[in-house]
Design a protein around this ligand. Structure first.
Ligand code: BGC
Length: 381
């Protein structure tokens, strides 16, 4: 081929590629709208993060809640894949932590008590005799300071909150920062930092209820789940760990290869009976502190899959056992039992009372930092 023909071909090809790129994308962006007021009159906003491929996440600074998340199915159709409400009032009335940031301590602390540096601390008790998800007014119910960030690879929102010494019974002024990034590769990255002026305990997570087929349209029992964990923390009837790291082998908790969530959920197994389904912390393989794959979920009708990567030592797998049709969510959808599943990356429940578990203590002068990434893909399987 003559050199000028090669040049012509190269120019034409690059022009086509450029046009394809432009048509498939816009610019990643963040927009802000008013979302109402809390009962104390604090203004609340809602931010929409859109990436270059048109995936979108909505986050309110009330509780740092992810209210909606739209990613494509195998045909490119974007559906909302998380449970939630259409307006702030519904969240204020009472939400089972839909999409919220959970803190200071995600999951349970037995009897709301723990000892640190020889001092016994008493926390708010809000789950039978136990402390759950940070107490009566946890991080899911406070107004965060929000600021959109300029990032090269997508759209990002920074949330900050100062939790005062003794809030819900916890020691230390805890300064918390969470950055949500919706990357152009269809990943939702959640990064958490915190510092304290007094030794304390901390365990932050994000509490989205997923249905990869689309929110509110059915149960999640046909999703296929893999969890990279050979053990889980066995619990008592009140969902408090007994201390045993139980092998998953030969039990309904073996997700080391993919299983339908519903396949063994009604098995005659004491651990499942205690929790009315799965509501357990899995001990992730690999070294905590390194970002590694924790779980993969695949939904066959839509072709959507979600990988979860984390630096955390554990992940709580919860199958929406306590949803019971009394909550009406977005678009008038009624949320029945098992209409959503949660995969909450975390330290183990009740770690402050289990010296053998990875420590959840944050010392004065140290920095807490964890990363979790939700990676969305599709497959034609
Ligand atoms: C817990 C469940 C609890 C739910 C509340 C989950 O993280 O493990 O026991 O009922 O949160 O919505």
């Amino acid at each position: 081929m003559k050199p000028n023909k090669v040049l012509y071909l190269a120019v034409t090809c690059s022009a086509i590629i450029l046009v394809l790129n432009l048509s498939a994308s816009g610019q990643a962006k963040v927009t802000k709208e008013n979302f109402g007021k809390t009962s104390e009159g604090q203004n609340v906003d809602i931010y929409t993060l859109t990436n270059r491929r048109g995936a979108e996440v909505k986050i309110t600074n009330y509780g740092g809640i992810i209210t909606s998340l739209k990613v494509p199915d195998r045909k490119g159709k974007r559906d909302d894949i998380v449970l939630g409400f259409d307006n702030l009032d519904a969240y204020l009335k009472g939400s089972p932590y839909f999409g919220a940031i959970i803190g200071r301590y995600a999951n349970r602390i037995a009897k709301g008590r723990f000892t640190l540096n020889g001092h016994q601390y008493t926390l708010a008790v809000n789950n039978g005799e136990n402390h759950l998800h940070g107490g009566i007014k946890g991080f899911d119910k406070v107004v965060w300071t929000a600021r959109p960030l300029k990032v090269p690879n997508g759209a990002a929102l920074r949330l900050t909150y100062l939790s005062k010494d003794a809030e819900e019974g916890y020691p230390g002024n805890l300064s918390v920062r969470v950055i949500y990034t919706l990357t152009n590769a269809n990943e939702l990255k959640i990064e958490y930092w915190a510092t304290t002026d007094k030794d304390t305990v901390i365990n932050l997570t994000s509490h989205s209820y997923f249905n990869l087929a689309g929110q509110g349209i059915g149960d999640i029992l046909n999703h296929q789940l893999l969890i990279n964990a050979r053990r889980f923390t066995a619990t008592d009837a009140g969902s408090i760990p007994t201390g045993e790291l139980k092998s998953v082998k030969g039990t309904p908790f073996d997700f080391t290869s993919a299983f339908r969530i519903g396949e063994r959920i009604n098995d005659d197994d004491q651990q499942l009976k205690f929790a009315k389904g799965y509501d357990h912390n899995f001990v992730l393989n690999g070294r905590m502190g390194t970002l590694r794959q924790a779980a993969v979920v695949y939904e066959p009708t839509s072709g959507r899959s979600m990988e979860i990567w984390t630096t955390e030592p554990g992940i709580q797998f919860y199958t929406g056992n306590f949803l019971d049709g009394t909550l009406t969510g977005k678009d008038g959808k009624v949320y029945q039992q098992r209409y959503g599943f949660c995969l909450e990356t975390q330290h183990f429940p009740d770690s402050p009372n289990h010296p053998s578990f990875p420590t959840a203590v944050l010392r004065r002068g140290q920095q807490y930092h964890t990363i979790t990434i939700h990676r969305f893909k599709t497959s034609s399987r």
